[in-house]
Design a protein around this ligand. Structure first.
Ligand SMILES: [Zn+2]
Length: 130
C-alpha cells in the first residue's frame, strides 16, 4: 500500500517522512480530532487541517490475498497482502508475515515498518495478562 499511497497522494508527505523514520502515523482533524482515513482530504466537519499522531501498531485483519505473481517488485513469491484496520480506525494494506490460512477475520495483528519502508503485519502475541 505504501508505495501506491506515496505515488498517488500529495497528502502522503507527512506519512512518508514518518515511515522513513520507522514511525507509523495516522491523521486526525486539527479542529475536531476525528480520525481520518489515509485518503481523506477534508474532515466531515468541513475542516481541512490535519495533525498526525503515532499509531499504536495494533491492528485487525480484514482480508488478504496471496500473490503468486510479481507486480513490479522484488518480494519473494508467494507473498500475502492484507487489508488491516488500525486500532485507531484507518485502514491500510500491509504485507502479512503470518500463515493467513490460520487467521480469522478480525485477528489481532502488530504492524511494523521494515527497513525498506514496507508495512508488515505480524500475528499479535496473546497478552500475558490473560
Ligand atoms: Zn473535523
Amino acid at each position: 500500500m505504501t508505495d501506491s499511497f506515496r505515488r498517488h497522494s500529495g497528502f502522503a508527505a507527512a506519512f512518508s517522512t514518518a515511515a522513513a523514520n520507522g514511525e507509523l502515523v495516522y491523521a486526525r482533524c486539527a479542529r475536531c480530532a476525528r480520525t481520518l482515513g489515509y485518503r481523506a482530504r477534508v474532515c466531515t466537519c468541513g475542516h481541512r487541517g490535519v495533525v498526525w499522531d503515532r499509531a499504536s501498531g495494533g491492528a485487525r485483519l480484514l482480508s488478504y490475498a496471496v500473490y503468486h505473481q510479481a507486480y513490479g517488485d522484488d518480494r519473494p513469491l508467494p507473498h500475502t497482502v492484507a487489508q488491516v484496520e488500525l486500532d485507531e480506525g484507518p485502514r491500510l494494506v500491509a504485507l502479512l508475515n503470518a500463515d493467513a490460512g490460520a487467521l480469522q477475520p478480525g485477528a489481532a495483528l502488530r504492524l511494523q515498518l521494515d527497513p525498506q519502508g514496507h508495512l508488515v503485519a505480524h500475528r499479535a502475541e496473546p497478552s500475558a495478562d490473560h
